[in-house]
Design a protein around this ligand. Structure first.
Ligand SMILES: *[C@@H]1O[C@H](CO)[C@@H](O)[C@H](O)[C@H]1NC(C)=O
Ligand SMILES: *[C@@H]1O[C@H](CO)[C@@H](O)[C@H](O)[C@H]1NC(C)=O
Ligand SMILES: *[C@@H]1O[C@H](CO)[C@@H](O)[C@H](O)[C@H]1NC(C)=O
Ligand SMILES: *[C@@H]1O[C@H](CO)[C@@H](O)[C@H](O)[C@H]1NC(C)=O
Ligand SMILES: *[C@@H]1O[C@H](CO)[C@@H](O)[C@H](O)[C@H]1NC(C)=O
Ligand SMILES: *[C@@H]1O[C@H](CO)[C@@H](O)[C@H](O)[C@H]1NC(C)=O
Ligand SMILES: *[C@@H]1O[C@H](CO)[C@@H](O)[C@H](O)[C@H]1NC(C)=O
Length: 420
């Protein structure tokens, strides 16, 4: 390959610069000998006329382990075990695939180049073992519309990963689509920090993502949606929360997502949707909601949701939704339930319930009879009380007397002597 050179991943900045300089000189000296066809696949494609007259400085060539297509404006570095983002990237690149690499860290301004990659619109970093994304990692990519960071164990995601490194002056991000599927790291690397909180912080920093239209957060074990996560993403059209562990949406507000078109909530742990959520979803003009494979609990709390399902057009495939609990309702279709089916029984089995009722009645009867007997015998009881009082008084006086005897030391000695 013309201009090809070995660049080990461990090569330092200094060696890199030296190599680049040498290359530049080499290119200058040898360019008349180079045929345009030999350079066509790797150089940034000047028009043949200009190539013949003056050799252009190479602002960025196809990095050796990658495949570049200028016609498709695409650079693919797929499964190459790269340990860092290539220092040189052709300036025409519009789609960059850096998948199956071993990047570990995306430092600040990881894609900033001179001149900047002004055309780069889609960046795919899926499955590249990225563990840390530092503040401003995607800065200086003015056309970046789509970013796929899925399948990376993001243990350290800077709050300013998607905004500028200086959040107070960060311009709005140009991102329209952000894929963050399956980015939850192993629990031990989170060290008690809440993954939900980390993601929410990065998504709201500096309101940078207010233009975002698609957000994918599938397969991240999310237990809840942070309350203000969606408040900073008012432009969302598509929200994918599939395959998480969401139990409830009670504290989430969808009200301001007026452009929302699809909401994927399949394969979560939702038990019921309450009135507030139902009203908010119903209030969104274009939304379609996907609710399959949630363990719906069909008791009295389900009445509102069933009534809503029968009316609404918002839920896709609503006839597929079935109960998971309680046992007697398992696999019943939600749409076919009547409110008489939906009760909140105590958990006791029916036979035991009736015996408890019977026991209660018997105890009440016994209590009533006891009170009646007391009432009828009230005179006898009074007399009995008096007797007891008198007996007590006699006893107390006797005790008093003995106490006085004991209190007199002489008598005490006498009595103890007499005991002997
Ligand atoms: C990348 O690394 C894996 C395992 O470490 C190896 O099997 C594979 O051949 C490497 N690929 C390249 C292109 O070096
Ligand atoms: C990114 O690359 C992965 C792996 O090739 C692929 O599955 C995924 O669909 C790509 N993302 C986008 C947004 O095209
Ligand atoms: C951010 O930018 C503002 C204005 O340029 C500056 O005053 C501030 O010190 C910067 N903050 C950081 C952390 O760099
Ligand atoms: C995480 O929490 C457990 C108990 O809740 C504690 O023992 C442990 O030290 C904590 N780990 C860190 C890194 O904070
Ligand atoms: C919705 O938007 C209104 C006005 O834009 C704002 O006052 C309100 O706080 C927002 N509500 C939520 C839950 O974000
Ligand atoms: C939910 O809304 C319906 C209709 O607006 C109402 O009849 C029902 O009482 C509400 N349920 C609760 C628990 O507030
Ligand atoms: C539920 O209501 C429908 C219509 O009111 C009725 O046809 C059906 O028999 C009822 N089902 C049950 C189990 O009560």
């Amino acid at each position: 390959m013309p201009g090809g050179r070995s660049r080990g991943p461990a090569a330092g900045d200094w060696r890199l610069r030296l190599a680049r300089l040498a290359l530049l000189l080499l290119g200058w000296v040898s360019s008349p000998a180079l045929t345009p066809s030999a350079a066509s696949s790797t150089s940034p494609a000047p028009s043949p006329a200009s190539a013949a007259s003056a050799p252009p400085p190479p602002p960025g060539r196809c990095p050796p382990p990658c495949e570049c297509s200028e016609a498709a404006r695409t650079v693919k570095c797929v499964n190459r075990n790269l340990t860092e983002v290539p220092a040189e990237l052709p300036p025409y690149v519009r789609n960059l695939f850096l998948t199956g690499a071993q990047l570990a860290v995306l430092p600040a301004a990881a894609f900033a180049r001179r001149p900047p990659l002004a055309e780069l619109a889609a960046l795919n970093l899926s499955g590249s073992r990225v563990e840390e994304v530092r503040a401003g990692a995607f800065e200086h990519l003015p056309s970046l519309r789509q970013l796929d960071l899925s399948h990376n164990p993001l243990a350290r995601l800077s709050p300013f990963a998607f905004s500028g490194s200086n959040a107070s002056v960060s311009a709005p991000s140009p991102l329209l689509e952000l894929m963050l599927n399956h980015i939850v790291p192993p629990a031990k690397e989170l060290q008690n920090r809440s993954f939900e909180g980390i993601v929410a912080t990065a998504l709201r920093a500096g309101h940078a993502l207010r233009g975002l239209r698609r957000l994918e957060l599938a397969s991240n074990h999310l237990l809840y949606l942070p309350r203000d996560l969606l408040a900073h993403l008012p432009g969302l059209r598509h929200l994918d929360l599939r395959d998480n562990s969401l139990v409830s949406l009670t504290h989430v507000s969808f009200r301001n997502l007026t452009h929302l078109e699809s909401l994927h909530l399949e394969d979560n742990a939702l038990k019921v949707l309450h009135n507030g959520t139902l009203a908010e979803l119903q209030g969104l003009p274009h939304v379609r909601v996907f609710l399959d494979n949630n363990p719906w609990v069909c008791d009295c709390h389900m009445v509102d949701m069933v009534a809503w399902l029968k009316e609404t057009e918002v839920v896709q495939g609503k006839a597929r939704l079935t109960c998971a609990f309680p046992e007697k309702m398992r696999n019943r279709v939600l749409l076919e339930l009547n409110s008489s089916d939906l009760d909140c029984d105590p958990i006791l089995p029916p036979s035991l319930q009736t015996s408890y009722v019977f026991l209660g009645i018997v105890l009440a009867l016994i209590g009533a009879i006891f009170l009646l007997v007391l009432y009828l015998n009230r005179k006898g009881i009074k007399k009995w009380m008096h007797n007891i009082r008198d007996a007590c008084r006699d006893h107390m006086e006797g005790y008093h007397y003995r106490y006085e005897i004991n209190a007199d030391p002489r008598l005490t000695n006498l009595s103890s002597n007499s005991d002997v």
